[in-house]
Every structure is written in structure tokens, then in C-alpha cells.
Write a protein that binds this ligand. Structure first.
Ligand code: ZN
Length: 156
């Protein structure tokens, strides 16, 4: 877990991370989670300081559900392919509850974040609330996904 930092309170994070966590919480308003009732929001900041967000989108056919992180990342790629993503915050709360609950990115989202890092030749910082209710600030998706599969394996 190289370079990963932990914070007891969101207030202890830098102002950009706090703002991004706030935007991620706002994004949960667009969560479609009638099955899990677990609303997740993700917000990313581009290098020009503009922000794009996403929320989880569920489906009666469960395997088709999509995480907030990938909704935001794919929207970023589709709408602003020229912009690099600097940081992403992910937050979650249960439906009809305001308090945030721990939610760390799943392996699939970490893998997709890693692909974006490769595409843009720049790491993406990740902010999320860990299982012990400590805020996690990871310097990159790569730091969250050791021994990952990458295009180098295909090239080799
Ligand atoms: Zn995910």
C-alpha cells in the first residue's frame, strides 16, 4: 500500500479532495439503486479544474449494474477525451440516509482506473471512505491494484 494515506476526518484532507468528496455526494442524487438501496457517487476533477461525476446505475438483470466510478470515467472519456483526470472521490450512503458509509472501489473499477492512468500517462488520485471509517487517499489506481493485468502483458 505504497503512498496510501489515511485520515480520521474528511476535514483533514486538502481542500480539493474535500470539494470532490462533496461533489461525489451530490452525484448520489442521480444514483439508480432500487435493488441494493446503496447509493454511490463518484466525482473526478480534470486538469483544467472542471469536474465530471457519475452515480451507480442498477438493472433488474443484476450483472448489468454499473458502478459510479465507471459511469464517471466512461462519461469523461466520451465527453472530454482530450482532458486528463487528476483525482476521483467516491462516496456512498444508504437510500434515505444522509450519513456516508464506507465504500471502496471494486476491483473492476480499479482496473478501469488503471487503464485510464495508462492512457493519460498520469496517475489518478483516489479518495474514498474505508471500512474502518478512515478516509483513504491513494496516490494512484496502480497503488490500489498490485499485480494488475495491463497492456504490457498483451504486448509481451
Ligand atoms: Zn466498481
Amino acid at each position: 500500500m505504497k503512498g496510501i494515506e489515511f485520515f480520521t476526518s474528511l476535514e483533514d484532507l486538502d481542500s480539493e479532495s474535500k470539494y470532490l468528496a462533496h461533489k461525489a455526494k451530490e452525484a448520489t442524487a442521480h444514483s439508480y439503486a432500487p435493488y441494493s438501496k446503496f447509493c454511490v457517487g463518484a466525482a473526478s476533477v480534470f486538469e483544467d479544474s472542471s469536474i465530471i461525476s457519475g452515480a451507480n446505475q442498477e438493472n433488474a438483470a443484476y450483472p448489468l449494474c454499473m458502478c459510479a466510478e465507471r459511469v464517471a470515467l466512461y462519461a469523461a472519456s466520451a465527453l472530454h477525451p482530450e482532458k486528463r483526470i487528476m483525482k476521483m472521490a467516491v462516496v456512498a450512503h444508504k437510500k434515505n440516509h444522509k450519513d456516508l458509509v464506507p465504500a471502496t472501489s471494486c476491483g473492476s473499477c480499479r482496473q478501469v482506473l488503471l487503464e485510464f492512468e495508462g492512457r493519460q500517462h498520469q496517475p489518478i488520485e483516489v479518495i474514498m471512505l474505508g471500512p474502518d471509517k478512515k478516509w483513504i487517499k491513494a496516490p494512484s489506481a496502480a497503488s490500489l491494484l498490485p499485480f494488475s493485468f495491463s497492456k504490457e502483458a498483451l504486448d509481451g
